[in-house]
Ligand binder design. Structure first.
Ligand code: NAP
Length: 544
């Protein structure tokens, strides 16, 4: 591509594109594929130097997804499904990044992607009905439609602890991990954070580290992933049953291959509960949460029993009883935060060179030039790894200055809490369409993003056929959807727990209080509602 055709850093007019997509992760890549099919002119803007999004940035040791690989890949191309072979039931990051590259090669996606550029601002022009974009390179672009595929967990946050900048050793957030191999041999390493990322990092770093110190503020529930290599026979079975695999994901509450047990934990005997839980503890992936009793996340009693079952497993696996108790969450029940899955995480603490510091007992006072100072000790480290999470859901939007009708700012509008129509659109921001936008359905991410892309593409096709040039969710439609989001959250134990799923990240100003941060209903319900909007000729959207 001659990039001068579509970007401009001078004063000459810029050629207007039909569509600009922000982000070349799995969502942006698929959106590009679909927009091209519609015969529309399109470019993607990507901050990284290659495709892959999450898998491009999160190169930390042990990174992998918790969805079965064969339920994670794209489902849209039968040819792709037969050509690509996953090697593990839960593929590690390098393999998933290779997969993204394979898809980009196969569908020749890179030729329409502008790499190493960030979108700084996007301004809607009501007269010309288009979006005017400014990139960090100074380039400017214009498009009729702007589609964001910028991810719900893409803005890493460092801890708001004094002295983070003072440290002179190697320090790195897991989502900004170097592209070169990092050796931990003989090194004194600190990991701060014990979420899904921290747990994966800790269990991997522990294998080769000189000495590892884990700083834990809140213990997290975790259960075995049970990963393994995919045998040749399993590979043949997987390839022959993709239609069934995706049908099962489609029908599942959150897009996974594990179906909830229809019984309520409170209605069965203690022995029946134990039998199910022992079975689930041995099964792969999210079986232990998604395949659990249907009242696991709503009944305080079932949840307390399950939490105690998992606590006992931790006590059995961690030799030192004091460490075991520190690793057992006391502030929340099992599954009320996104469950991290592990492979030898608890056993890592049985190693003599792995130490757990409980920040509830001895908080960090500051990061120093040589390490970390708690109220009890001054630690020295060769390396500090920050597994301290993300400015989730709205963070990526807050970084871009979106200006809608009459120059209103999206960030300002969402300051009191994000509001959208099905996660796709927002009142006052015509022709801005979001993939996995706030208040949409998440779950098994590729399953959700494929649906999102298809819904958006169907809308674009409809508008093209009907010669419509402007789409905007009405304020009433947005409020209507927010009522659905509120109703879907009623009774969830997770509402009373601090996590990115309740909008809490104490490292980000203004995000210390729990809010309604996501649609917590099921995938099938979400899709049924979105399908109804399309079938009804998009009556909830103002189309002109
Ligand atoms: P996270 O779940 O938000 O965890 C962040 C961790 O850092 C928490 O333990 C948090 O403690 C700690 N922390 C943050 N600020 C701190 C501070 N100032 N002082 C001390 N500790 C601090 O983030 P994450 O682990 O990166 O995971 C985010 C999400 O990404 C996951 O829930 C999941 O959806 C996704 N993910 C998926 C996978 C996978 O598929 N396997 C892997 C990694 C991530 P508190 O709990 O006390 O706040």
């Amino acid at each position: 591509m001659n990039q001068n055709q579509t970007t401009n850093s001078g004063s000459a007019p810029t050629q207007k594109l039909d569509v600009i997509i922000i982000g070349a992760g799995l969502g942006g890549m698929y959106q590009l594929f679909r927009v091209r099919e519609l015969g529309m002119s399109v470019r993607v803007i990507e901050a990284g130097s290659d495709v892959g999004g999450t898998w491009y940035w999160n190169r930390y040791p042990g990174a992998r997804f918790d969805s079965e690989s064969y339920s994670y890949g794209y489902s849209f191309s039968k040819e792709l499904l037969q050509e690509w072979e996953w090697t593990e039931h839960f593929a590690p990051q390098p393999e998933t990044l290779r997969y993204a590259g394979f898809v980009a090669d196969k569908f020749k996606l890179r030729q329409d992607i502008l790499f190493n550029r960030k979108l700084v601002s996007a301004e809607w022009n009501e007269t010309t009905r288009d979006w005017h974009l400014t990139l960090d390179t100074g380039e400017r672009m214009v498009a009729q439609f702007l589609i964001t595929a910028i991810g719900p967990l893409s803005v890493p946050t460092l801890p708001n602890i004094p002295g983070v900048k003072d440290y002179t050793g190697i320090a790195c957030h897991t989502a900004n991990w170097p592209h070169e191999p990092v050796s931990f041999a003989g090194k004194r390493v600190a990991v701060l954070g014990t979420g899904a990322t921290g747990i994966q990092t800790i269990q991997e770093v522990a294998k080769t580290v000189g000495h590892l110190t884990v700083f834990q503020r809140t213990a997290n529930w975790s259960a075995p992933l049970h990963n393994g290599l995919i045998t040749d026979e399993q590979q043949r079975t997987i390839k022959a049953s993709y239609a069934d695999i995706f049908k099962r994901c489609h029908e599942n509450v959150s897009g996974f291959l594990h179906n909830p047990d229809p019984r309520r934990g409170v209605d069965v005997s203690e022995q029946e509960r134990k039998e199910l839980w022992e079975k689930l503890y041995k099964e792969r992936g999210f079986s232990v949460s998604v395949g659990n009793f249907c009242d696991l996340l709503t009944s305080p009693q079932t949840n307390a029993w399950m939490s105690e079952f998992i606590a006992d497993k931790i006590r059995q696996r961690v030799k030192d009883p004091v460490t075991a108790e520190r690793l057992i969450p006391k502030s929340h029940g099992f599954g009320t935060r996104r469950l991290p899955l592990e492979s030898g995480y608890f056993e890592a603490y049985n190693q003599p060179n792995v130490e757990l510091v409980d920040l509830r007992e001895t908080p960090i006072e500051r990061i120093t030039a040589t390490g970390i100072k708690t109220t009890e000790r001054d630690f020295e480290f060769d390396m500090i790894i920050y597994a301290t999470g993300f400015d989730a859901l709205t963070g990526a939007y807050d970084q871009i200055d979106f200006r809608g009708i009459k120059g209103q700012s999206l960030k300002d509008q969402w300051a009191a809490g994000a509001k959208t129509f099905h996660g796709f659109q927002n009142a006052g921001f015509p022709n801005l369409l979001m993939i996995l936008g706030p208040m949409g359905a998440l779950g098994n991410i590729p399953r959700s993003l494929e649906y999102n892309v298809e819904w958006v593409s169907q809308l674009l096709a409809y508008m093209k056929t009907k010669k419509l040039s402007r789409v905007e969710a009405s304020a009433e439609s947005v409020e209507g959807w927010m009522d659905v989001v509120k109703a879907a959250s009623v009774g969830l134990l997770a509402n009373d727990v601090d996590s990115w799923m309740t909008g809490v990240n104490k490292n980000v100003e203004g995000k210390s209080v729990r809010v309604l941060a996501r649609y917590a209903g099921t995938g099938p319900e979400f899709r049924a509602r979105c399908d109804a909007v399309a079938a009804g000729g998009y009556a909830e959207l103002d189309l002109t």
